[in-house]
Design a protein around this ligand. Structure first.
Ligand SMILES: Cc1cc2nc3c(=O)[nH]c(=O)nc-3n(C[C@H](O)[C@H](O)[C@H](O)COP(=O)(O)O)c2cc1C
Length: 325
């Protein structure tokens, strides 16, 4: 498969594994890259910039293929030394960084100085246009279906992707709600140059999370996610467990005036991390997207990517062609 994304990133298939807090370790990134996609280490999963440097080295021992690093710039309770993380990425010779959250503009001079290609993940056409203006190499457009932060506009990919494609000149990855080859074909038809997936890669053999989490995703339907933090205008789509449901109740009771302090303990990142590693699905908040309704297996990254690519090809070559008569 050859698209502007495979050319830009030097990968075999236009399939990217999005940054995932507490999941995007070297094992998963290397597995995706070895399978012909682009694996991504999640920068802030490493407690310090020095740890990120070690994780990048570990990944280099597991793959000789390109892989990237995610830098998520979001409001945090504890200040994060973003500049130092960015410098580690540059000095480690990483070729591509996935930025997310805030506008990456403040970091662009540093990334450009080191020739690091920036793929900015965003959830609206206006943010994608802004990212193109500040010089990113590509955007990853995350529709309302996505796991994690879908923004506040609530535009699903059937509309968001073609709307963004119409306004952009740079390559675009479709992100959010994708887990099958037919969906990949649809995204390419809508103007994307490749796909980015999170939840689908969470339910793979190499994902470094407890088996219970993977089984919970397989068992869940597309209805089993919750949107939390809406009153705070920092919406996150997560797996709908007991904690997420309780947070939603408190949000409904409190309305737009809700103070974060009321739910802070329940949604602590540390608890979500334990849920992922120990497999107690109700221990804390953890991220998962609507695509869980389409996930029925826990394959290796290689099998997953090969299946998606072959289904995508089949849909384009057989189904679409047959429909044209
Ligand atoms: C467990 C998990 C953790 C995530 N953490 C991050 C993160 O730290 N930074 C980020 O930019 N995106 C994060 N995401 C979002 C993914 O990178 C990707 O944009 C999203 O999962 C796409 O939607 P999908 O899950 O429907 O494929 C996370 C997703 C999951 C499933």
């Amino acid at each position: 498969m050859k698209t502007r994304i495979t050319e830009l990133l030097g990968i075999r298939y236009p399939i990217v594994q999005g940054g995932m807090q507490n999941v995007g370790y070297a094992e998963l990134a290397a597995a995706v890259s070895n399978a012909g996609g682009l694996g991504i280490i999640t920068g802030l999963t490493q407690p310090t910039p020095e740890d990120l440097d070690k994780e990048i080295r570990r990944c280099k021992e597991m793959t000789d293929k390109p892989f990237g690093v995610n830098l998520t710039i979001l409001p945090t309770i504890k200040p994060v030394p973003y500049e130092e993380y960015a410098r580690v990425i540059c000095e480690a010779g990483i070729g591509v960084v996935e930025t997310a959250g805030r506008n990456p503009e403040p970091f662009m001079p540093l990334f450009q100085q080191y020739g690091v290609k920036v793929v900015h993940k965003c959830t609206s056409v206006r943010h994608a246009i802004k990212a193109e203006k500040v010089g990113v190499a590509a955007v990853s457009v995350d529709g309302f279906e996505c796991a994690g932060h879908p923004g506040e506009d609530d535009i699903p990919n059937l509309v968001l992707l073609p709307a963004a494609a119409a306004k952009l000149s740079i390559p675009m990855l479709a992100s959010g709600g994708i887990g099958t080859g037919a969906q990949m074909a649809a995204c390419l038809a809508l103007g994307a140059d490749g796909i980015n997936m999170g939840t689908r890669f969470l339910a793979t053999k190499e994902a470094p999370v407890h088996e219970n989490i993977k089984q919970a995703i397989v068992a869940a339907s597309e209805l089993d996610t919750a949107l939390i933090f809406r009153p705070l205008r920092n919406t996150a789509r997560v797996y709908r467990n007991k904690v997420a449901s309780r947070v939603n109740e408190i949000e409904r009771e409190q309305g737009a005036q809700m103070e974060f302090g009321l739910i802070q303990d329940m949604v602590a990142g540390a608890k979500g991390k334990v849920a992922l590693s120990d497999g107690d699905v109700d221990y804390g908040i953890w991220t998962s997207g609507m695509v869980q309704g389409l996930i029925n297996d826990i394959p290796t990254c290689e099998a997953l990517i090969e299946n998606i690519v072959s289904e995508c090809r089949q849909v384009i070559q057989e189904r679409m062609t047959a429909l044209m008569g």
